[in-house]
Design a protein around this ligand. Structure first.
Ligand SMILES: O=C[C@H](O)[C@H](O)[C@H](O)COP(=O)(O)O
Length: 299
């Protein structure tokens, strides 16, 4: 795949309208969307992904984590658009089969987290993000590797379309909390989850295969929906589930993301920061910041 688009190599340092420290040299690329025209949702994903890459994947970043899901191809697209020069001495760490394919087909250098346990920036999608930047992840069964890459990163950034922007986890993504389990322990963990307050927790079944979904790590996945009163405190649920023997990882990412970018239908981007600020970036790139109040972060 060619590296499209001209890239300015002599861009001055960016000062964010949020006061966010964007100390490095950003790499500006052409923001005009290429043909063909995308649906509203796809355009929103692309907008979020491109904005996040422009702000967080900087010249000095050499080890970059690439997440999973339907928004991530736009992340890779925008990184490729930064040009061969910017990417020639970078290494990209995938969170699973899909992102590995994106990296390889984009002719980017593939690495793994065992070689690079410290990552400059990881950008990933999410199934839902609440007002405190807690996320449900794992709708694609990738959350174990995703969490390792998020933890390993100096900066972890989430990108998504407006449907993922929520006040309370579970409002928009009702399938439940994804729980990766060792296959032989799944029935015991299911019972434990029922007792913990998720009576409808169920093994995730494959669609075009008889039997359960098997993760990239060879494990099963349980989806455990919890009532709103429990989802108000996702960290507490996370710790309880994580203590169950047989659980490999839980798709609740608490206190991890620095910022979440949501593309909106009107062409703007809502950015929720981990200090509570909410920034509206208009389609002309101008930011408008206000503090989050009374949980009104949804767009
Ligand atoms: O396991 C999958 C990942 O956590 C994805 O990042 C998440 O499911 C979001 O995927 P999508 O952007 O396709 O909704």
């Amino acid at each position: 795949m060619p590296f499209p688009g001209p890239v300015s190599e002599s861009t001055p340092a960016l000062t964010s309208s949020t006061g966010e420290t964007l100390t490095g040299r950003p790499i500006f690329t052409d923001l005009k969307p290429p043909a063909p025209k995308l649906s509203d949702i796809e355009a929103s994903k692309r907008l979020a992904a491109w904005t996040a890459v422009d702000r967080h994947v900087l010249r000095e970043h050499k080890v970059i984590g690439i997440g999973s899901g339907s928004t991530v191809p736009y992340v890779v697209e925008r990184i490729i658009a930064q040009g061969r020069e910017a990417n020639k001495d970078r290494v990209f760490i995938p969170t699973g089969f899909q992102s590995k394919e994106l990296i390889v087909s984009g002719q980017l250098l593939l690495g793994d987290v065992d070689q690079y346990p410290r990552i400059d920036v990881t950008i990933d999608g999410a199934d839902e993000v609440d007002k405190d930047l807690n996320c449900i992840k794992g709708g694609g069964a990738c959350h174990l590797r995703e969490k390792v890459l998020a933890e390993a990163a100096d900066t972890f950034v989430v990108v998504a379309d407006y449907r993922k922007n929520s006040d309370v986890l579970g409002h928009n993504y009702s399938a439940g909390v994804p729980v990766e389990v060792a296959p032989f322990a799944y029935a015991k963990v299911l019972q434990n989850l029922h007792v913990l307050g998720s009576p409808k927790a169920a093994l995730r079944m494959a669609v075009k295969k008889a039997g359960p979904v098997v993760s990239d790590n060879g494990n099963f996945v349980i989806d455990a929906p919890f009532p709103e009163e429990l989802m108000l405190d996702p960290y507490s649920i996370l710790t309880k589930i994580k203590m169950l023997t047989g659980v490999v990882e839980v798709g609740l990412f608490c206190h991890m993301a620095k910022a979440a970018y949501f593309g909106n239908q009107d062409g703007s981007v809502t950015v929720k920061w981990n200090d509570g600020r909410i920034e509206q970036v208009a389609s002309n790139g101008q930011g408008d910041v206000h503090a989050a109040t009374n949980g009104s972060a949804s767009h």
